[in-house]
Design a protein around this ligand. Structure first.
Ligand code: SAH
Length: 328
């Protein structure tokens, strides 16, 4: 029997180590090159706001195929050569297989398994669809008390536990209602918050989740590109859960950092120039390629596609003013 977070951590480690996850899902940087380009330029502008520290660590958490960072660095080299010269590239990745894929696209990077292993100093960190892969615990309201979910032979087993804390004022969760908690996300947020407050910098997190903490079972699995039963085939399915931006913000603030957002991804991307950059690119392309570039931008930013469900939030040094895209 394993607690759900232990089950999810093992299942995802096996999953990411053994296969190309992009057979099962796609992500924003794989949809349009403009996504990574805009985030690279975001980092370049924030670096300028930080007083242009040299060297500066540019890190990405969970870089997948390395597409986001490859697009970001291409844009940075073209537009912000001083930042390109100052940055030291560090990648957080646990899967040896994905590290190899990243090495092919990002020569000169240094890899780490954990945020805690990043070298000290001013930091700019990007994380797209990283936090949703981190293991969660689930608590179920049963009458006056709470049960926690464990996994045994592909099924949930419930064990009595204390009330799960801040997310669950007892009267807001109905009987049988589920509350989730992602302890690794909170630990990473606290660690990032501490070092951003001490050494300066910012972290930009983009992920799928509600604007404010909300009860509900958001655990989901994708296998062979289709929704699957989360407990049925550990290691063969990608397991994710909604990211609790409010809890992450609270952990980062408690550690001394400031937080900007969350706001819908579509708004951030539009403010950063998604449509202008896409139009410029499209103009020099044959009609079919131009059409697919514009379609890709719409997919990323329109409210009924990925534009609203995905949120963007920044953690940063408290002295930094509004970061690009976050000013009202
Ligand atoms: N950011 C990429 C990939 C998202 S998939 C994109 O947008 O396409 C999640 C990524 O996080 C994978 O690279 C996976 O191997 C990595 N990952 C998952 N759990 C991790 C952990 N605990 N520590 C470090 N990396 C992790």
């Amino acid at each position: 029997m394993q607690r759900l977070d232990a089950f999810m951590a093992r299942a995802n480690a096996a999953y990411y180590a053994s296969r190309d996850p992009y057979v099962d899902f796609t992500t924003a940087p794989e949809i349009s090159q403009v996504f990574g380009e805009l985030l690279g330029l975001w980092a370049a502008v924030v670096w300028d706001m930080m007083g242009r520290p040299d060297p500066v660590i540019l890190a990405e958490a969970g870089p997948g195929r390395g597409t986001l960072m490859a697009d970001a660095l291409r844009a940075v080299r073209a537009v912000a050569p001083d930042f390109a010269a100052a940055l030291r590239l560090h990648l957080l990745e646990t899967s040896p297989r994905l590290r190899q894929a990243q090495a092919g696209r990002l020569p000169g990077a240094t890899w780490h398994a954990d945020v805690a292993d990043l070298p000290a100093g001013p930091l700019l960190l990007l994380a797209n669809e990283f936090f949703d892969a981190l293991p969660i615990r689930q608590f179920v309201r049963r009458g006056a008390g709470w049960m926690e979910r464990y996994v045994l032979d592909g099924r949930f087993v419930e064990i009595a536990c204390p009330a799960p804390g801040r997310e669950a004022p007892d009267d807001s969760v109905p009987d049988g209602g589920v509350v989730e908690r992602c302890e690794s996300a909170l630990a990473i947020a606290a660690m990032l918050g501490r070092r951003l407050a001490q050494a300066g910098g910012a972290a930009l997190l983009l992920d799928y989740g509600p604007q404010a903490s909300a009860p509900g079972d958001s655990l989901q699995a994708l296998a062979s590109g289709r929704p699957a039963e989360p407990l049925a085939q550990p290691g063969n399915a990608d397991l994710t859960a909604h990211v609790d931006f409010q809890a992450i913000a609270e952990a980062a603030r408690a550690a001394g950092a400031a937080v900007q957002g969350p706001l819908p991804q579509g708004i951030l991307l539009a403010r950063l120039g998604l449509y202008q950059r896409t139009d410029r690119l499209a103009r020099s392309q044959p009609p079919q390629r131009a059409g697919s570039l514009i379609g890709a931008a719409q997919r990323l930013a329109e409210p009924d596609r990925m534009g609203r469900l995905f949120k963007a939030m920044a953690l940063c040094h408290p002295a930094l003013p509004s970061l690009p895209g976050f000013a009202a």
